[in-house]
Design a binder for this molecule. Structure first.
Ligand code: CAA
Length: 290
């Protein structure tokens, strides 16, 4: 997996026009992708980048696309060089939601017995830090996909919304839960009940995104953030991510207890020893991920 998708790398330069790219990519690992582009970026090729690439449908998240995202995440997860992952779309759309045409004729039995959309959850179970770089529309499942990531960066023209109510349905991949936790009850209710969108600056103000960048700088800034993360111990980063995520699941007492145990556990790692020794010796730490 270390050489994952080298063939795609040369095809995904920051300013390349998405329209000229072929939608089918063959990676040296043998993985074949129809709906996404996958490469490793950063000076040390330690940031995995997944670009949603279904422009004609504004990156609507069809089943095939989400399965490919899952496969690419699986590959990055076991790639020892990769310390962080960026998920992005195009300048026009991060993703315009679940594929409405694909789900139009589903009935309750199909959804229930097939546990429709359950596999999307893979994005939130990755142990490596995942950054969403959102340009353009992040609607419905697109907004939910961004919120499954650990950090959300937005381009100045990004728009976030949960418009499912306008289709006679409701968010189905965590929108009602994660949006409420991110922006609070009143704004989440307003967005879910009216289908109204918020722009990048409103998203920043409400805590949905942490940074807003000009459209053309967004992905490179997300990769820079990924490089910063990847330069730390991957082992300890995974523990830090687990601790922060626990805040959404546990009581304060339980969360503090988990944090304390994970903190104690870092003292069993070489990387904790190296990090503190490097500080005392006034040099840069060299982490070995163990
Ligand atoms: N599913 C399938 N196709 C979609 C789509 C979606 N979610 N969003 C856009 N498309 C397609 C359009 O059908 C259109 O295709 P055709 O050219 O073949 O007609 C193409 O993408 C371009 O879209 P528009 O012509 O509509 O572009 P626009 O600039 O006029 O509008 C938009 C852009 C506001 C994003 C509009 O496309 C839109 O409202 N899309 C649907 C957004 C939405 O409702 N998302 C929620 C989906 S449900 C969901 O996600 C459930 C969940 O919780 C998981």
């Amino acid at each position: 997996m270390a050489s994952l998708c080298r063939s795609a790398a040369s095809l995904l330069k920051p300013r390349a026009a998405p329209a000229v790219r072929s939608a089918v990519r063959l990676c040296s690992s043998g993985a074949r992708y129809e709906y996404i582009l996958v490469e490793k970026r950063g000076e040390r090729s330690n940031v995995g980048v997944i670009q949603l690439n279904r422009p004609a449908a504004l990156n609507a998240l069809c089943d095939g696309l989400m399965k490919e995202v899952g496969r690419a995440l699986d590959a990055f997860e076991v790639d020892g060089d990769v310390g962080a992952i960026v998920i992005t779309g195009s300048d026009r759309a991060f993703a315009a939601g679940a594929d409405i045409k694909e789900m139009q004729n589903l009935n309750f039995q199909d959804c229930y017995s097939g546990n429709f959309l359950a596999h999307w959850n893979r994005v939130s179970t990755v142990t490596k830090p995942v950054i969403a770089a959102v340009n353009g529309f992040a609607l419905g499942g697109g907004c939910e996909l961004a919120m499954m990531c650990d950090i959300v960066y937005a381009g100045e023209k990004a728009q976030f919304g949960q418009p499912e109510i306008l289709l006679g349905t409701i968010p189905g991949s965590g929108g009602s839960q994660r949006l409420t936790r991110a922006v609070g009850k009143s704004l989440a209710m307003e967005m879910v009940l009216t289908g109204d969108r918020i722009n990048a600056h409103e998203a920043k103000q409400s805590g949905l995104v942490s940074k807003v960048y000009p459209v053309d700088q967004l992905v490179s800034e997300a990769v820079k953030c990924g490089e910063k993360i990847a330069s730390n111990s991957k082992l300890v980063s995974a523990m830090a991510k687990e601790a922060v995520n626990a805040a959404f699941e546990l009581t304060l007492a339980e969360g503090n207890r988990l944090e304390k145990r994970l903190f104690h556990a870092t003292f069993a790692t070489d990387d904790r020893r190296e990090g503190m020794a490097a500080f005392v010796e006034k040099r840069k730490a060299s982490f070995q991920d163990k």
